[in-house]
Design a protein around this ligand. Structure first.
Ligand code: ADP
Ligand code: MG
Ligand code: MG
Length: 869
């Protein structure tokens, strides 16, 4: 089996085998771009490595050295040579790009002898030792696991001794000394000398890349981004080109379009006399790419041409790394660039208009989940005019956010878990900070550019980020930062504008976004292709209006009990619950009736004639009662009954397992008058609207928690009587549907029987998942985390429909239901209705609609369109 591919043997189609970086290096080689030669050790080799209990086997080593031989021949240099040494980079390259997550080593092949050769042949001793010290540090960090800080510390010390600011101000002599110090660090930390055998260096480095696939931060990144663990990483071994050879050399990164807003203009940064990571790490502040034009017009023009070519070749915005060695341009990487959603939509729409891609392709270009970014608030204009700008950094990732400042990722995680909004403030972020970044509502860094780690990762997460705010002086020990003479302490509020880079003191309120322009165009295209309808879960007239703004096509779930919690209503609800006789209960219900009717009227009216599914009372009654003695006493007083009386009811209603207890339709079997009141409110609302405004509503009345058809028959009988009476009395013709939720596994399995009584099914996948797995929704958080970490579950089944189990039940229910009632209406109203993967599944099941929370409506729509394409 072949485990190693030369760059000129591969192509972009081989991405699963060669990894993203390797496949694109091969593709660029194929189309004739100036890419330094090299070869790729495949992802299969990585997986094989893990299968072989983490040892590199002999055949693989042979194959690697054979390709290295070819590289030597081509370059005319020899690996480890004392006269003209071949140096390589060892670069990880996963199938799905994981920026900054994996480790890269540059200048490999240097040792105490070859560095002398390199100095001689380039006639540049400073450069040779600069390369060597970089190599030792990277090798020490990545392969030998010595913290970078130990090396940085030595570097700072030498800079201080020599009284210089920049790394580039150090002389060859300084760097030689630094190399000696670095090697001492290695000896001290590992009790071994720095490996001088270059072949050993190479094998150790390859192994380290394989290992880095399973380092903690890579694992976290994969978990957050849903990247499977079994993909493995490829390793690219590539001839070095040097951006650190002096003033006609440099390195940089550029995007073919602006990754923040999508503007069609080359966007990037470069540093002269620097190598690879310097730009990304934010060590020196880079210059904007256009400035290269005046320094090296030839290289700049060639670069512009190539970026253009690459974008047209890949038909997508590219993120390109380049290095210039002695005036000669090399391309080191290209990939589809990460971008904010705002940019993603603008670019997709622009590219359709430019004729570069089709509408269908455009729709596939935006991750549905990403839309979330757009749907969230921007600053409230009025508060913004009053807000005080304390400083300005780079607008690294758009959005607006306020929160309390914290200086370590750990603190942010802690504060976030208490429900507070935390902003992470850092000199610059590093991959170790990832969990803190996830838990933050925004990120502020003092250093680093638009392509710094913080910027790239924040954009990927859709998190608001201001980077490189140079005036911010952070004192981590005191947990403060200062700007000029103003001091901000841990826990103080600030606000960040990721669109402008402005930082405000205090809390600036936010407001909902305007969804117009390209967003509208784009969503319009999605509407053309999708088959699934998208409804929303809305319980109040206010939610309803919000959902309509986001484009909801109906209400799939209106939870009537949410109306009960209102301050004016809860006393009446409680009165109903503590009633001892049916008369007492009816009296309380009579008081609730007009309130519910008014709610339904407002909701129906807001929806126009769009369909509305109303679920009858679902939760166990004890949820409406107080449980603390004090609260019970005050309730008793206000209701003018004895403490004892209420206490008894509370005790009676106590259940060992409320989620499986007296709730849903089971309540109505005991107290049919509750559902009677609710359907009365629904139908009367419809009658009044028809009379008063000629709005024709077809209410869909949904009975929860049915597991046995006879439950439904019993309840339906009762509510039908109520409904027909009202209709008759009013003399107004109202159409309505009666259906049920499918959320008890038994209901799914006996869906043919249930379909005889139900005119529609709505899958309540929260309860269905709970009961299928036997995982309590309220308790599962603790152990599901373990399950995910140990790969027992790939994904939390409460977030994404478990297709094999819960999905199977849904499939059965659809099939059985349709057999009895071919035109049965099918929908889903669990949390899953707004999760793209689950939406796709609903499309495949041929449901009529999904229903999700208002903020997820556009997400579901896009996911539905993608499922249909
Ligand atoms: P990452 O995936 O973290 O970007 P890369 O493998 O792309 O890691 O490498 C890190 C840096 O080193 C990049 O700036 C890249 O351009 C640079 N680099 C990698 N290989 C070479 C090489 N052969 N010659 C010069 N620079 C290189
Ligand atoms: Mg890179
Ligand atoms: Mg339920």
């Amino acid at each position: 089996k072949k485990f190693v591919y030369d760059f000129n043997e591969g192509s972009k189609e081989l991405k699963p085998l060669l990894g993203g970086k390797g496949a694109n290096l091969a593709e660029m080689t194929k189309i004739g771009l100036p890419v330094p030669s090299g070869f790729t050790v495949t992802t299969e080799a990585c997986n094989e490595y893990y299968k072989k209990e983490s040892v590199l086997w002999d055949e693989l080593k042979e194959e690697i050295f054979q390709h290295l031989g070819l590289l030597e021949k081509e370059s005319g240099k020899k690996f480890g040579d004392i006269k003209n040494p071949l140096l390589v980079s060892v670069r990880s390259g996963a199938v799905i790009s994981m920026p900054g997550m994996m480790d890269t080593i540059l200048n490999l092949g240097l040792n105490d002898e070859s560095v002398v050769g390199l100095a001689k042949i380039t006639n540049n001793e400073r450069f040779a030792y600069d390369s060597y010290r970089r190599f030792i540090q990277m090798f020490g960090d990545v392969v030998l696991q010595i913290s970078k800080y130990k090396f940085d510390h030595m570097l700072e010390k030498i800079k201080q001794q020599r009284q210089v600011e920049q790394d580039t101000d150090l002389t060859a002599e300084d760097l030689k000394n630094l190399v000696i110090e670095y090697k001492k660090v290695i000896e001290k930390e590992t009790r071994q000398v720095f490996p001088q055998d270059v072949k050993e260096q190479l094998l150790m480095a390859i192994e380290a890349v394989f290992k880095s696939w399973n380092n903690p931060r890579a694992k976290v990144y994969r978990r957050i981004n849903d990247i499977p663990d079994h993909l493995g990483t490829a390793v690219n071994i590539q001839m070095m080109v040097f951006g650190n050879m002096g003033e006609t050399s440099g390195t940089g990164v550029a995007f073919t379009r602006n990754p923040s807003n999508g503007e069609k203009k080359l966007f990037g940064e470069f540093l002269m006399n620097a190598q690879g990571e310097d730009v990304v790490a934010g060590i020196r502040t880079p210059q904007e790419i256009q400035a290269l034009n005046s320094r090296m017009p030839d290289a700049y023009n060639q670069f512009v041409e190539l970026t253009d070519l690459l974008e047209r070749h890949y038909k997508d915005m590219q993120d390109i790394e380049f290095t210039i060695e002695g005036g000669k341009l090399f391309i080191l990487q290209t990939r589809n660039g990460k971008r904010t959603t705002h940019a993603a939509i603008n670019i997709a729409v622009d590219m359709v208009e430019e004729g570069l891609i089709s509408k269908k392709e455009a729709i596939m270009r935006v991750e549905p989940q990403q839309l979330d970014q757009l749907l969230h608030p921007t600053f409230n204009e009025e508060e913004l005019t009053k807000a005080e700008v304390i400083t300005k950094g780079l607008p690294a990732s758009s959005g607006a956010s306020y929160g309390k400042i914290y200086f370590t990722p750990e603190d942010v995680v802690k504060i976030n878990s208490t429900g507070e909004r935390a902003i992470l403030v850092r000199h610059e972020t590093s991959p170790e900070d990832i969990e803190g970044m996830v838990a933050s509502v925004g990120i502020l860094t003092a250093r680093g550019g638009m392509t710094s780690h913080a910027a790239v990762v924040a954009r990927g997460m859709g998190k608001c980020c201001v980077a490189g705010a140079g005036e911010v002086r952070i004192n981590e020990a005191n947990k403060t930062f200062t700007v000029g003479n103003r001091v901000f302490k841990e826990g103080d509020y600030i606000s960040l504008n990721g669109n402008t880079g402005e930082v405000y003191s205090g809390k600036v309120g936010t407001q909902n976004p305007q969804l117009t322009g390209n967003f509208q165009t784009f969503m319009g295209w999605a509407d053309q292709y999708r088959r699934l309808k998208v409804r929303t879960n809305a319980d109040t007239p206010r939610d309803t209006r919000q959902a309509l703004e986001f484009g909801a096509e109906g209400i799939g779930l209106c939870r009537t009990e949410h109306m009960f919690f209102d301050d004016t209503r809860i006393p009446v609800v409680r009165q109903m619950i503590i009633s001892r006789t049916i008369e007492q209960r009816k009296k309380a219900l009579d008081k609730l009736l007009p309130m519910q009717r008014q709610d339904f009227k407002e909701i129906f009216e807001a929806m126009g004639e769009k369909p509305v599914t109303v679920r009858l009372l679902d939760p166990p009654l004890h949820e409406f009662l107080p449980h603390e003695e004090e609260d019970i006493r005050s309730l008793a007083k206000s209701m003018e009954v004895s403490y004892q009386q209420i206490k008894e009811v509370v005790n009676d209603l106590k259940e060992f397992n409320p989620m499986l207890g007296h709730r849903g339709c089971r309540l109505a079997v005991t107290y049919p008058e509750i559902y009677q009141m609710q359907v009365q409110a629904i139908i009367e609302a419809a009658v009044e609207l028809k009379k008063e405004k000629a709005i024709e509503i077809i209410p869909e009345i949904m009975v929860p928690l049915i597991g046995e058809v006879k439950e439904l028959q019993y309840i339906k009988d009762i509510i039908l009587k109520t409904i027909e009476e009202i209709i008759e009395k009013s003399g107004v013709e109202i159409k309505y549907l009666i259906g049920t939720m499918i959320e008890v596994p038994r209901a799914a399995i006996t869906a043919d029987e249930i379909a005889k009584e139900a005119e529609f099914f709505s899958f309540g996948t929260n309860d269905l998942t709970q009961m299928t797995y036997g995982f309590s929704r309220d308790d599962a958080g603790v152990f599901i985390k373990e399950y995910l970490e140990k790969n027992i579950l790939e994904k939390d089944p409460f977030q994404r429909i478990d297709r094999n189990g819960v999905g199977k039940l849904m499939e059965i229910a659809v099939e059985l239901g349709k057999k009895i009632r071919p035109d049965i209406k099918l929908g889903i109203c669990g949390e899953h209705g707004g999760e793209p993967n689950s939406v796709e599944f609903c499309h495949l099941l041929n449901l009529d609609y999904v229903s999700c929370s208002p903020f997820r409506v556009p997400i579901a729509k896009l996911a539905a369109a993608q499922a249909a394409i």
